[in-house]
Design a protein around this ligand. Structure first.
Ligand code: PDD
Length: 278
């Protein structure tokens, strides 16, 4: 793979970052994942807008301007011949001798790489996901897309250990989101329910697009928290993320959702999302 690191396109085994980089030592870094379909970036403007928001919340400067960011994404997709997959981008505060406080004027690091992936024809999308619920023990600023991903990684491993595919995290009795996706249910009267935006969840770019498409298709939407019990009694459940688009969820804590197969609303939204992205 050709990757991008601090201004240069290089083979992945030649890319270098300092061991004193605060991204490595302190998880002092933010990231974005943008999907690629037919060689084209999906929802790119949304991902750039959220990157600026994350950087702003942490008082980090942007290492390059938006035109450069787009050019780097495009060149990386072309150089790696990515037709379908994702581009990962990370900005760290930069390198400095280890200290909790950082000096003014650190030079941020910028790293990007691609991952080829079958998103549209994913076999998991056809089968649907089995999820477990788990306490949400992350910090209180989940709206900032930082690389502090240890807890979600542990949650995902716990799901795998229990024979499931993912975990939905729960705070004060209500689902916040999946380990790396936003969570939804469909109630008996066909309303799509997903948690409202706040500091408790990541403001998903795919979430914004899918809700817009659902509303264009005259579907009813309610943005509010829901419980695992409500999800288990729902007719459908699903999740959204750039890396998977819309994923049907067919089981929660061993209880089948609806008839235990991907539901029509999730399948339709998945189709519409892919059509629109193409
Ligand atoms: N994760 N919630 C969390 C905690 C996430 O990590 C993600 C994305 C989402 C969905 O956001 P979006 O639709 O903008 O991708 C929600 C990325 C894909 C990842 O960490 O790989």
């Amino acid at each position: 793979r050709i990757v991008f690191v601090n201004g240069a396109f290089v083979p992945e085994d030649e890319a270098k970052i300092s061991i004193f980089d605060r991204g490595f030592l302190m998880a002092d870094a933010v990231y974005e994942v943008t999907s690629v379909l037919d060689g084209k970036l999906c929802d790119f403007a949304g991902h750039v807008a959220r990157l600026h928001r994350s950087l702003g919340e942490l008082g980090m400067p942007s290492p390059v301007n938006d035109d450069e960011l787009l050019a780097i994404h495009r060149e990386l997709v072309a150089r790696n011949g990515i037709e379908e997959g994702v581009v990962y981008l990370q900005v760290t505060r930069g390198a400095h001798d280890r200290d909790f406080a950082w000096p003014e004027g650190l030079k941020p690091s910028l790293v990007l790489f691609t991952q080829a992936r079958q998103i549209v024809t994913s076999p998991t999308a056809a089968k649907g996901l089995r999820v477990i619920s788990i306490d949400d023990l992350r910090w209180g600023r989940r709206d900032i897309k930082t690389v502090q991903l240890l807890y979600p990684s542990l949650a995902k491993m716990e799901a795998k250990r229990r024979g499931a595919d993912d975990a939905w995290m729960v705070m004060d009795g209500k689902v916040t989101e999946g380990t790396s996706n936003n969570a939804y249910i469909v109630t008996r009267d066909g309303t799509i329910v997903t948690r409202n935006l706040s500091n408790d969840i990541l403001h998903g770019i795919t979430r914004a697009s899918v809700l817009r498409l659902a509303s264009d298709a005259q579907m009813k939407i309610e943005e509010r928290p829901f419980s695992i019990a409500e999800a288990q009694a729902a007719t459908e459940a699903f999740s959204t993320a750039a890396s998977s688009f819309v994923m049907p969820v067919v089981e929660i804590d061993g209880v089948a959702i609806g008839d235990g197969s991907p539901g029509p609303v999730a399948r339709r939204l998945r189709e519409i999302y892919i059509e629109t992205a193409r």
